[in-house]
Design a protein around this ligand. Structure first.
Ligand SMILES: [Zn+2]
Ligand SMILES: [Zn+2]
Length: 287
């Protein structure tokens, strides 16, 4: 992941077109992780070539890239224009420290983004209406590279519009938005991958590890409702939702007694049903 981040920064500094460079790195990252999963599987029973849900995962990923992210991007562009007008009218500039070093600006970008990501993800687990969209992501006993994009497009429209708001209000420059966008693709792929990654106990407090995110995907609600940030443990530690892998042996993944259908079209319509059951009634807490 470090290599891909370095390549991303290098390309942006060279003045490469962010969209083309970002797409090239995203494709390359996908195939590197796919290859590593075949060579160094974390769990040999998990593999996208044998997972009956892989075509659904690809379908969700395509809708996410074709519909949800462009809508989010258009909303961000409109939001930035509106904010610029508003600031001009009021005669105040954006507070973003443009003269700070690149690394310091990225540190702020990272902290603000992960804060926003943390609370939105926590909301997806806390409100039933949102949970049934997010349940598509959780309803899988398998973990591999395709699960990173297994997100209902309705959830992703919500994510893509709401998550960038704090950074846009602060006036983060486009370079920072592109870099954080690529960062979350790379670490999203890594934490959902079935690559055998080993970390010392202390590393889970700092690095977005696959072990932390596996606990988030466990059926056990004690850890399913924890480790919300896939990019950094810092906000989970601050807000008391951190689960360390040494304290929680990993059980089966997915949703207990899941009501999520297996068909692709049925999955798309599933969260929209007006009579969707309450989460706690459908998936009892194990406490
Ligand atoms: Zn979740
Ligand atoms: Zn996940």
């Amino acid at each position: 992941m470090g290599g891909f981040v370095i390549l991303a920064v290098w390309g942006l500094r060279q003045g490469f077109d962010p969209a083309t460079w970002g797409a090239a790195l995203t494709v390359a990252n996908f195939f590197v992780i796919l290859g590593a999963e075949q060579l160094l599987p974390r769990n040999p029973a998990m593999n996208l070539f044998r997972d009956g849900q892989s075509w659904n995962d690809i379908g969700h990923g395509v809708l996410l890239a074709a519909i949800a992210r462009p809508i989010g991007g258009a909303a961000s562009v409109a939001g930035v224009a509106l904010l610029a007008q508003l600031r001009q009218g009021l005669g105040i500039g954006a507070p973003w420290p443009l003269d700070w070093p690149f690394a310091a600006q990225f540190a702020i970008t990272f902290l603000v983004w992960t804060f926003s990501d943390y609370w939105i993800h926590r909301a997806l687990h806390s409100f039933d209406r949102l949970w049934w969209f997010h349940a598509i992501h959780h309803d899988t006993p398998q973990m591999h590279i395709l699960k990173s994009g297994r997100i209902h497009f309705g959830e992703e429209i919500f994510n893509a519009i709401v998550k960038p708001i704090p950074l846009l209000v602060l006036g983060a420059p486009p370079e920072m938005m592109v870099l954080i966008g690529l960062w979350i693709v790379f670490d999203g792929n890594l934490v959902h991958s079935n690559v055998d990654q080993r970390f010392p106990d202390w590393a889970h407090y700092f690095v977005p590890t696959v072990q932390l995110h596996n606990l988030h995907h466990a059926m056990d609600r004690r850890t399913q409702d924890s480790n919300y940030s896939g990019s950094s443990a810092v906000w989970d530690i601050v807000f008391g939702t951190f689960s360390h892998p040494k304290d929680h042996p990993l059980g089966p993944l997915g949703i207990r007694d899941s009501p999520v259908p297996t068909g692709f079209l049925a999955q798309l319509g599933f969260p929209l049903a007006p009579t969707r059951t309450r989460r706690d009634a459908a998936t009892a807490r194990i406490r």
